[in-house]
Each structure stands twice: as structure tokens, then as C-alpha cells.
Design a protein around this ligand. Sequence first.
Ligand SMILES: [Zn+2]
Length: 546
Amino acid sequence: MKTCILALAAALLASPAYCDTLIDHANGVQADANGRIEHFTGLLIGDGGKVLRVLHAGEARPKAAAVVGAAGRTLLPGLIDAHGHVTDLGFYALRLDLTGSSSLADMQQRLRTYAAAHPERKWILGGGWNQELWPDKRFPTTADLDAVVPDRPVVLERVDGHAVVANSAAMKAAGITAETKAPPGGEIHDGVFVDHARALIDPAVPKPTPAEVDQALAKAQEILLGFGVTGVGSMSTSLSDWQAFRRAGEAGRLQVRLMSYLIGDNALQAVPHPTPWLYGDRLRAVGIKFFADGALGSRGAWLKEPYSDKPDTRGLQFHSDAEIVSETDRAAGAGFQIATHAIGDAANAQMISTYEQLHRKYPGDRRWRIEHFQIVDPADIARLAPAGIIASMQPTHQTSDRLMAEKRLGPNRLAGAYAWQSVLKSGARLAFGTDFPVESPNPFPGLSAAISRQDINGQPPGGWIPSERLTLGQALHAYTRGAAYAGFAEQKIGALEPGKYADFVIIDRDPTRIDAQSLARTQVLETWVTGKRVFKRASATPERGQ
Ligand SMILES: [Zn+2]
């Protein structure tokens, strides 16, 4: 600090200021305001961690206190995930991971090891099992879990989140007996609670303590920074999440910038209006999250016409038109941005109509958001831009959902499905994210899907509805500038430009020179926030196929 003060004194006499940092010899790549790729080779970062100058090849380098050579490696702006669930990401990472367990015995062994390693956990929670991968494809049972952990409650979620298996101690804690009947829309068999039957067991699981939420937040930040994610639209922020964010901010432990969208009456009582940016622009309550329908996989998405593979249903309409208008109006009246989950074409049409009404009532810059915007009547896409509606979409949902979406919708309703290029062509704004932990928070498979409409293994050949592909510049824009704009943060982040934060990543390959499958396997070598390095990869990790 002392050197800096001296340097500042010197700076009054002669520029430059000597506390600046120069990042030089970089292969800088970013999206310009129009979604075109822009190249640069250096960044001059001021003492406050903001970009002072973006330097190009051949330009004279200013003097700086510190010079960091990037050795020709590729530098991108920090990626911003417009829609993720921050503490959930941490909780998922801290629980028992059963992903890829190859048999019941393998799952039991993982449970045994985890239980022994975590004697302090009063409940053992885990997830990721999939009996379809096991030799006999038999669902696990209460007895299978009791055989390993008889003394503490155990609840293990299936990979899709639609079922859990519980041991006897968990069922006892939940007050479940042999006489307990499954509610409508649910099933119970041998300790497996399917769909709505989860409501019998989930409420018995103790709420995490503040210390556990803090631990989850710390873990989530570690994961995000490792993937180069420096900002997040923090969706469905509960009061307990918000309090953990504040504690971390006050203690100087917030590194990822969080644009929070609150959920729940108690969160709204505690935070009745949007907050200013807090803790050096690390945290802000900006909006409220609403839901218009469910998900496509469980046929909860609300469609204009019946499901192709279940013609007796059009999915779930969560609110009447009048109800959603009055609820969102109340939040808008309090000054909040509105972000509403809408998956099916009927839910999207309802939200567009709702926002059109709000837009007439609140004509300023309100940036109404639709989260997911997955299945849309093509005629409705043109209605986004005039009402100032942003489509907040997750490219990896397209690659994960493709085959399921074809079954649910049939061949004739896919024209407006995951229609990124149509959104941009209509003149509307697009923001990208992952919906982590539903998908991995790694942005690179998403960028890859965005330019190819293919998964990480190149399926399907030629891409799924390839006319909806984006250029690399457009995809990068949606993952940086677009996501910043969607969170009212484009003056601070989303691009490396004078006055904006020096939040950037150094990666192991140049996305402008590789194919989509290689892009998906990009590794982040370093992540910088506010001009300081906050993550450095210890050593190159072998590439993984998934
Ligand atoms: Zn979500």
C-alpha cells in the first residue's frame, strides 16, 4: 500500500500511475457490442481493479508497477451465468455423490465411505444414482440402505431428481409407516418416493444451518471460479441464501459477483426493494423470481396443445392471467426486475402478455426476463423486443433435452424450440447460463452447443435444427455482455473496456481457431476478479469425454 501511495504522488508529477498492472502478450478475445469477435493483446488495470486501457498489437505499452506476461495464451472476459442456483451448487458438491455408480454394491460402498468420513452429519444426503446403469436395473430399497447405515437418516436422490430412496431412520423421522399412502401424482415402493411422494420425506430433512450455507457458498464460488464464471444471476435467492451472501460480503469472502433474484415472502419482507451494489460491486438484490409452469421432462411445461406422448394433458398452468399480472405488478411496483420461469409455449405466451401490460404501466428500462424460454410459438418471438423482454436461456438444456423434447412435442412444434438465432433475429436480447446445478456450471459446453447445436460428443451430426446456431461472437456476447445486461450490470462487467472491472479468464485454447467439440473441452487456467488472480489451475487435467 505504501508503495502505491508513493507512486500516486509520483503520478501527480508524471503519468503513468505506478500501481497499475499491465497484462501483456495475451491473445485477447471478446465479443463487441454487436456480437462480433474483437481481438486485443493487453490490458492496463488500475489500482481499483478496473480496466484503464485495452491494448492492441503494435501499440506502445504504458509503464506499470507490475507486468504479467500472458505468454500468448487466450484471455476472455469473465463468463457470466445469467441463471444459476449458487448455494444449491455448493450443497450438491458437498453431499454424497453417487453419479455413475455401477451397481447397488458400488452405491452401498460409496455410502459406507461417506458415512465413515462424515460422522458429524446428522443426516446423510446424496444423489446421482441411476438403477438403469446397474446390471439388474432394480431400484434400491430401504433394506439396502439400512444394511449400510442403520443409525442415521439417509436420503439419496435419483439422478433426475424425480425420486429419492430413504432408510428406516429417515422414514421414522418423517413419520412414515407401512400405512402411509402416496399422494396423487406420487408413488411409494420399498422406500423409494417418486414425484409428489417426495413431499412426505423432504420436509423432514433438517434445514441447513447458517454455517452449512456458508460452507456451500464457499464451495460454489470455488467451483464457479474454476470454470471461469465471475458473475451469476443468482436465481431463487432465499432469505437464508441472501443472509449467507451478506455474511460473505461483510467478511470479504465474496468473489463471484451475484445479481440476486429473490424468492419467498420472508426474503421480500427482509429486502422489500432492490439494493444498491454492495461489497465492491459483488452483490445486489435486483429482482424477484416467479414461475409460470413446470418442466418439460415431467410434462409440467404448460403447452398450447396437448403433449404428443400424453394427449390427455397440456401440462401445468401455475397462475391465472389475472393472478400473474397482479403478483408481478406488485414486485415491479416495488422497483424490482421480474424474472419468470416459463418453459412451455402457453406459459411463454402468458408471460409475454403479462410483460406487455407491465411495460405499458412501467415504461422505463425494466428489462423483463423470461427464464428458459424453451418452447415458444414462433409467432410470439416477435413480441419480445417491443416489450423490452429478455430471453434468458441455457444452451446445454437444448443438448440434454433434444430427444425428450421431440417425444413430448412431436415433429411439428419444434420451430420455436430453444430458438436462439430466432430470438436475436427478432431484435430481442439474449442472455445465456446453465441453470446449475441442474446442468454443470461449466460455460464451455454451453458455448459449444450454442455454435453447433451438438452435444460435447458431436451429436447429432450437422446439429439439431442447425438454423438456430449462433456465431461464436453471438454466443460469447450472450454469455458476457448479454448476461450482464440481463442483470443491469453492463456498466460494470461483461466486457473488458475502460471503466469496467478487470474480471477475466485465461484459457488453454483459442476458441476462434477450434471446432465446437474442442471448445466444449476448454479448460480455464486462471480466473481474475477486480484485477486480482483468484484461481489458478494446479496442473493440466486430462480431458474428459463428458
Ligand atoms: Zn433455475
